[in-house]
Design a protein around this ligand. Structure first.
Ligand code: ZN
Length: 496
């Protein structure tokens, strides 16, 4: 850890700050969690979720930010209200500054200019890699007590990503994930693992976001959550966006989107297409896959909680990437990829709305837990839309990619153990998916889908562990599944 002094603001940010001040005038102000704040959050939720969730328990963010696309920078202020969810006092707040990672989000940077706790300015420390900011709490935060942090921050958006281009600016589209300081999840301690070279690092507690974003009016926006209002400010548009409980808040901006819309299960599904070649597959095809997948998962697993779901074509370099209420899919999948690849990626990313956005898990320490469920879910989508033969073809694909149990490392491996996507995917995606095929055949269809439904309703907007899932499977099956676990995980009680 090294101490970083509070930075002086440069001249370039002075102009942005002036713009920020204008925005402050139109953005909501005052303490968070007023009744109007909670109403604004409910707007992002389907009716059955509006009054059934403990909204006051989630960390609550109010972010006011401006994006300068010419300079590929952003600047903002955030208010974060955090309640100690634990039975012990908490001695610091731990934020992730993800643009400072070399992998996944890498190529740009993030700086914090000022931190106050309940109006008192405080110093902070940064981890050696710059991705973890620790803000001491003195006195410590007692169980159930709340603290409000105010953070002024800036970020440089890379035009050449060293990661997956999920935090990235190009002429066609600006992708903003991990673009503000975000609290690590607190699960018996702050969970701030190293950012791996492969896999995923979106490890966030479900939180409420109220974002006021200023960006050029030439651009359209897709994001987590819903747009409550837009307002013209000279050459800029000011968007007010809210999320309901969401793991992170991602945004995409483009002046080239063609937007298609469908409605399923009371959810508005939008597909944001970028211009493609003459031979490209029509975006309507990709929209239909997303809509069919959302409907299939709603029927087999349980409801999708948000009013909107956005699928956005971007240059994301690994096929696709999931966020809460939104996913990115690689633009070239539609323009040059095969139909089966497009189906696999769109259905996989859509499944992460159940196994990531709703049921959280540790994507670094236990990546199999959401990845194998998202991978297996693609077979459920095919079963529901194209029939059992199509699903059998997908299951054969899992077998071909995954190989025999135990080959390629344990299913429960940490993402930090892998140096390449090929070696990572084999156990984490495909052997995990094969285990789920075996689990379904051992439990029978009714019990297996009852397990997935109970797993969803028990851990929705919480973070589950391997043992939570496997213990629940035994409970629902009404018997020990030690032999099956031993065969696939090499131990009878994985994660225990
Ligand atoms: Zn995935």
């Amino acid at each position: 850890m090294r101490y970083v002094p509070i930075a002086r603001r440069g001249d370039r940010t002075a102009a942005l700050l002036a713009l920020l001040l204008i925005v402050v005038l139109v953005a909501p102000a005052g303490p968070l969690r007023a009744q109007s704040d909670l109403e604004a959050q409910r707007a992002a939720l389907r009716p059955e979720f509006r009054n059934s969730l403990p909204l006051a328990d989630y960390p609550h963010y109010r972010i006011i930010a401006t994006v300068n696309l010419d300079a590929a920078i952003l600047h903002g202020q955030e208010q974060v209200l955090f309640r100690n969810p634990a039975a012990e006092p908490i001695h610091d707040l731990v934020f992730r500054l993800l643009p400072n990672a070399r992998s996944i989000y890498g190529g740009g940077s993030m700086t914090v200019e000022r931190v106050t706790l309940d109006t008192t300015e405080v110093a902070w420390t940064l981890s050696a890699d710059g991705t973890t900011m620790t803000v001491p709490l003195d006195p410590p935060l007692a169980p159930g007590e709340e603290v409000e942090a105010n953070i002024t921050f800036g970020a440089r958006i890379p035009t050449r990503s060293t990661g997956y281009s999920i935090f990235h600016h190009s002429a066609a589209i600006t992708s903003l994930s991990g673009w503000f300081p975000v609290l690590a999840p607190y699960e018996g301690g702050w969970q701030a693992p190293a950012i791996p070279g492969v896999g995923d690092a979106n490890h966030f507690a479900a939180s409420l976001y109220d974002v006021t974003l200023t960006a050029p009016s030439t651009h359209a926006l897709a994001s987590t959550g819903v747009t409550l209002s837009t307002q013209a400010e000279g050459d800029a548009t000011v968007w007010r966006l809210t999320s309901g409980p969401a793991r992170g808040f991602a945004i995409a901006l483009s002046d080239r989107f063609r937007v298609l819309e469908a409605e399923r299960e009371g959810v508005t599904i939008r597909y944001h297409a970028l211009p493609g070649s003459q031979t490209a597959r029509a975006p309507e095809v990709a929209l239909e896959i997303a809509a069919d997948a959302l409907a299939a998962y709603s029927r087999r697993f349980g409801p999708y909680p948000y009013t909107e779901f956005d699928v956005v074509e971007t240059p994301v370099s690994i096929g696709g990437y999931e966020f809460a209420g939104m996913v990115f899919v690689e633009h070239s999948l539609r323009t040059v990829g095969s139909l089966s690849q497009l189906r696999f990626i769109v259905a996989h990313e859509t499944a992460h709305q159940w196994w990531f956005a709703q049921v959280g898990s540790d994507p670094v320490g236990e990546p199999w837990l959401d990845e194998s469920l998202a991978t297996y879910s693609t077979a459920v989508y095919l079963e529901e839309t194209l029939g059992l033969d199509a699903a059998a073809g997908m299951i054969a694909y899992f077998r071909g990619e995954g190989g025999a149990p135990g080959s390629g490392g344990p299913i429960t491996s940490s993402a930090l153990q892998f140096g390449s996507w090929a070696t990572y995917r084999r156990p984490v995606y495909y052997q995990g998916a094969q285990f789920l095929v075996a689990l379904r055949s051992a439990m029978g269809d009714d019990a297996f889908f009852s397990l997935l439904g109970q797993y969803l309703s028990t851990y929705r907007f919480r973070i589950a562990r391997t043992a939570d899932f496997l213990d629940l499977a035994e409970q629902v099956a009404g018997r020990e599944l030690d032999d099956l676990y031993l065969a696939w995980f090499g131990v009878a009680e994985p994660g225990a």
